[in-house]
Ligand binder design. Structure first.
Ligand code: ADP
Length: 591
């Protein structure tokens, strides 16, 4: 039978029969070793040429057995081993003292004592016990030298020889066998550890791959969802102008726009959350007017509140700084999330948005007199997919991501968020941001509808997009702003290049993701072509919000990059600015 099979057999058949405390790790070995010591002690007592020692051997064996019982009852292992060593050393000192002192073969038993603490507790314990053993040997030599031993016995030389041989052989075997066993155990543990490490490495590679696929999946789903949203939002914005004098049509259009806005919020929530998980969300600081942004977020809900019996108001303290620097878009998102929740869960009373100075910057708070949050739900309210009370989803909808994202966004802007709430009376959600007063920027941009200086110019535009509706939307926005312009369409980068080489264009709109030839390749080719109009501005359009992709798009040689869904007014302002400037490369932050 091989050692491995023997071990397997012992593990399967014997180990389960041991008391619970001896079934794990090194414990079966300790148990086996102590049983061997007890049996050997009995055996040696039978062979021992000094008959009066039998009683002390029995005491020793009983004490070791008692120690095993104590371990089985829960005595800590280290303490049990020190106890066994103490019993062993005391017994051997007594046994050696009674049998000739330093001349006694029993002295060699002492050498075994440090082996167990060495391998089971650790080298320090082993060396400690080696020192004790050495001291015991010195003591025995001293006692022998002084003749202070037990009265000498008359011994049978044959018996003594046999006894000495027995003791020395067993002690040598133990000293040989224990390190071997330990080494074997170590090798097995090492092999298992390496196999486990390999398994973990494979698992990690699988996880990384899954993560990459998930990111890719989310990016493409978001792209696919944002592309039609671009058409829906853009066309309804264009249509608003056409139906201004028809109240019923305006109402329907308003509903369409609100639903589309809501859908866009859900898409953005899912995307933001997945970017949080991968650490891909970044803040883009800009200097802006705080009051205007807060008002804008507040006003978004005014139409909704009109049909409700609510005192909805915004209070901004006089000392709040006028201009601040942070990510305006993310601040809007936080305010919109908190205001949206407050209005969702409040049926009467008031919802107040307050902004005031705070020791760490500016504090924003949204207070409502709504349903409040049950005490047992409060500790988990910022956890993802968390909705208080079982029927919240049924009555109020929502995905339980809003507050988790809001908290992440506040942390992204280096702020703090918190709330207090009384069930049945209302809640107050607050956050503080480290905002300092800033001086106003030199030029202020924004999607403000202003009269275009070049409205009557006959510009030549090239619109490149694989989606017919998106081309139509851009074309319509351009035609509204510049009625005399000519808009030529191309459905991929390759067609765009053919057109580009054949005729002159003042500005190109380039979708970044297209079949056959994408926007990056097409823009690079346009920049390298030596046509007379090679420096015409190229505006990139994308529904992709992955930061790495955005950086790659900007590097392709674009003059500006706009995110879909884009605002037609912003688009036209951007176009005119570029046409007037006449410069091809002046990257503008997305949004
Ligand atoms: P949801 O999309 O479900 O609103 P949130 O993360 O924004 O997800 O909110 C999580 C839960 O916190 C909500 O379902 C609701 O139970 C509770 N909650 C959030 N804001 C309020 C509030 N102002 N009043 C009462 N409950 C709130």
């Amino acid at each position: 039978m091989s050692v491995a099979r023997l071990k397997d057999w012992v593990q399967r058949v014997w180990v389960p029969k041991l008391p619970q405390a001896f079934q794990q790790g090194k414990m079966p070995y300790l148990f086996g070793f102590e049983v061997v010591v007890i049996l050997t002690a009995f055996g040696s007592a039978l062979l021992d040429p000094y008959p009066q020692i039998t009683q002390s051997v029995i005491v020793f064996c009983l004490m070791l057995t008692g120690q095993l019982v104590l371990i089985a009852r829960g005595m800590p292992l280290n303490r049990a081993i020190h106890l066994a060593c103490t019993i062993g050393v005391c017994f051997l000192i007594h046994a050696t003292w009674a049998a000739g002192g330093v001349h006694s073969p029993r002295l060699s038993w002492l050498l075994i004592v440090p082996v167990i603490p060495f391998y089971i507790i650790g080298p320090r314990a082993g060396y400690g016990w080696l020192a004790v053993v050495f001291a015991a040997q010195l003591l025995m030599a001293f006692l022998t030298d002084r003749g202070w031993l037990a009265p000498a016995q008359t011994l049978d030389t044959d018996a003594l020889t046999l006894f000495s041989f027995f003791i020395l052989s067993v002690a040598s075997l133990i000293l040989l066998f224990v390190p071997l066993l330990y080494d074997r155990q170590y090798q097995i543990a090492l092999r298992e550890g390496r196999a486990r490490q390999k398994e973990l490495e494979n698992k990690q590679a699988e996880l990384l791959q899954a993560l990459e696929m998930r990111e890719h999946f989310i990016a493409s789903v978001s792209h696919e969802l944002r592309t039609p949203m671009n058409a829906i939002l853009g066309f309804s914005s264009l249509l608003t102008k056409e139906v201004q004098h028809k109240p019923r049509a305006m109402e329907i259009l308003d509903h369409t726009r609100q639903s589309a806005d809501h859908l866009l919020t859900v898409i953005n929530d899912v995307l933001d959350y997945s970017q949080f998980l991968t650490g891909g969300l970044t803040a883009h600081a800009e200097t802006f007017e705080l009051r205007e942004t807060v008002r804008h977020a507040f006003d978004l809900f005014t139409p909704r509140v009109q049909s409700m019996d609510l005192n909805y108001r915004c209070e901004i303290a006089d000392d709040v700084p006028q201009w601040v620097r942070t990510d305006r878009h993310r601040l809007m998102q936080i305010l919109v999330n908190l205001l949206g929740n407050a209005l969702k869960f409040t049926h009467q009373g008031e919802v107040v948005l307050r902004v005031q100075c705070h020791s760490t910057g500016v504090q924003f708070s949204v207070q409502d007199t709504g349903i409040g949050i049950a005490l047992h739900d409060q500790p988990r309210i910022f956890s993802r997919f968390m909705q208080a009370q079982g029927d919240i989803q049924k009555h109020y909808g929502g995905n339980g991501l809003g507050l988790a994202i809001t908290q992440g966004l506040v942390e992204l802007l280096e702020g703090e968020i918190g709330f207090d709430s009384t069930p049945g009376q209302g809640s107050r959600f607050w956050f503080t941001l480290p905002l300092q007063a800033q001086s106003p920027p030199a030029s202020v941009k924004g999607p403000v509808a202003r009269a275009l200086q070049t409205a009557d110019q006959a510009w030549q535009f090239l619109v490149v997009d694989d989606h017919r509706l998106n081309r139509l939307l851009v074309k319509q926005a351009l035609k509204n702003a510049w009625p005399n312009s000519v808009v030529v369409e191309a459905e991929n980068g390759a067609n765009a290049l053919t057109l580009w080489r054949a005729q002159r264009f003042d500005l190109v709109f380039m979708d970044m993701l297209m079949p056959v030839m994408d926007g990056v390749q097409a823009t690079q080719a346009i920049r390298q072509s030596f046509t007379s109009h090679g420096l015409a501005p190229v505006i990139g359009l994308t529904a992709n919000v992955n930061p790495q992709d955005l950086a790659r798009f900007k590097d392709a040689g674009l003059s500006a990059l706009l995110l879909k869904p884009f605002d037609p007014v912003q688009l036209c302002n951007e176009v005119e600015a570029l046409l007037l400037r006449g410069a091809p490369r002046a990257p503008v932050p997305p949004g």
